[in-house]
Design a protein around this ligand. Sequence first.
Ligand SMILES: NC(=O)c1ccc[n+]([C@@H]2O[C@H](COP(=O)([O-])OP(=O)(O)OC[C@H]3O[C@@H](n4cnc5c(N)ncnc54)[C@H](O)[C@@H]3O)[C@@H](O)[C@H]2O)c1
Length: 364
Amino acid sequence: MQVQKGGNLTAMSDIMIKLSHKTYPIHIEKGLMDSIGKEIKKIYSGKKIAVVTDSNVNSFYGQKLEEALKEENYNVKTFVVEAGEKSKSINVLLKLYDDLLGFEMTRGDLIIALGGGVVGDLTGFAAATTLRGIPFVQIPTSLLAQIDSSIGGKVAVDLPRGKNLIGNFYHPEAVFIDPNVLKTLDKKFLHDGMGEVIKYGAIKDRALFDTLLSFNDDEELLNNIDEIIYKCCNIKKEVVEKDEKDKGDRMMLNFGHTIGHAIEKYFNYERYTHGEAVAIGMYKITEKSEAMGITEKGTADLLKKILIKYSLPFEIEALDKCKVLETISMDKKNDRDRINIILLNKLGEAFIKNIDSKLMENYI
Ligand SMILES: NC(=O)c1ccc[n+]([C@@H]2O[C@H](COP(=O)([O-])OP(=O)(O)OC[C@H]3O[C@@H](n4cnc5c(N)ncnc54)[C@H](O)[C@@H]3O)[C@@H](O)[C@H]2O)c1
């Protein structure tokens, strides 16, 4: 194995993910893409690198990354998939296997995922399964990927029957986050990622929530985004280290997701982005839990305020409650009869409540 685990990244903005079987760094630094070749050199002493990216990200950063790696004398080939969720499919995966094997990749080589969550999940799953596992590195470029999907080892592709139905836990050797790349990210996707950022504040960090509430506009947010990313990654680190396989505390990250996933599915993934659906899910469940006296008064209003600030929805026009409940009961995360839902005691403090599925309708 030529990948040197852990590397020698020790700057302030480094976070180490420490699992029982593996430790790896998340390096966060504005302008990191300018020295990315040298950063990869610190952790990988092999020769061959396959870069996987999507058509949008490739047009901004593909050439830059390939040139930086070639400058370090790597043998590099870039494989580009179409931008969008449709690329997280079996067909694209099969083509990617063929590309990687056609490039004669071995288990001693390295794969780099350069892109948003789609590229990260697809590439991670390809890396996990090609030749029973090739080391890979994440260079996440969307806000969602930088604070969520690139960390924690979940990799997957979708099936016609549903999202993320074939997957694995497979961690990267390192994650390199350059917040400057968010400057080219469409505002729609920036706000989409903010859904998950707000979630971290709501479940674990009241100060983060208040900071987000205090920003006047996206410009102020982007000026401070490296610190925000750092805080989110740290929360995810703590949760993942305690519960890598999603059987306990990691479920806390699903705040807003039980209803959110059902809304996404109900509208066939066409009407609401993931962040938008989670935003509605967080508000809806909190509105109900507050009315039941479980959540501190005023919490739903603050959630509404912050969602409006980041152009995220908090409500949805009339939808068929029965269909949503049916979708929730089919979610792979839920047992047939019981559901784990995530509620807030107050902002910054969440807990898991295991309820009879029949009671779910009280929370919608
Ligand atoms: N593995 C996990 O733990 C996990 C967690 C959450 C979500 N996900 C998955 O992540 C996926 C969604 O990720 P996403 O929101 O990043 O979507 P995405 O990968 O489709 O990226 C969103 C869009 O932004 C573009 N883009 C990305 N970075 C850019 C940049 N810097 N400049 C310009 N354009 C850029 C992409 O080309 C795409 O069009 C879903 O498939 C979801 O299931 C996985």
